[in-house]
Design a protein around this ligand. Sequence first.
Ligand code: IMP
Ligand code: MG
Length: 181
Amino acid sequence: MSTMNEDITAVLFTEEQIRARTQELGSRISQEYEGKMPVLIGILKGGFMFMADLIRAIDIPLEVDFMAISSYGSGVTSSGAVKIRKDIDVNIEGRHVIVVEDIIDSGLSIRYIRDYLMRHKPASVKVCALLNKPEAHAKELKIDYVGFNVGNEFVVGYGLDYDGLYRNLPYIGILKESIYT
Ligand code: IMP
Ligand code: MG
């Protein structure tokens, strides 16, 4: 059994870098949603850690909810066929929604989630993603709040997994290709 650190080729973002960037995003959201009482919807499982830190960087009143989705296709590529495993509990009609995601890859998951939420007639829906892979987007896609843009390498840690593992790494790193090939 190897240690998790041995499976990482490079650290992309340290705990300190993630914390600093999360503070910046939290400040922006606090300013832009003043008086709007937003509902932040964290996407499970990958978004749980970012969600927990992001909301503590926001100093205006807000509500929290979670959605769990699974995209068919295992390993390192997503198929785009999305299924809702846990729906939202909060009534978002007329509310300002911010979807909190770990990473945007092809963009198919977030597109599905946004379209689904729009059917509940919210006042607005924006997306806050810790990581974004702009080169991987299947179609033109605008992400409102992005922590960091990354290339097409597969990353783990800080909530992000490979095959259920590595979520508890406190930093974000590139997974060795030999682990998944
Ligand atoms: P999309 O639908 O292709 O945008 O895929 C988004 C989802 O795929 C994310 O929420 C992650 O669960 C997963 N994913 C995509 N790229 C990575 C990665 O580099 N590391 C870990 N999970 C990833
Ligand atoms: Mg995910």
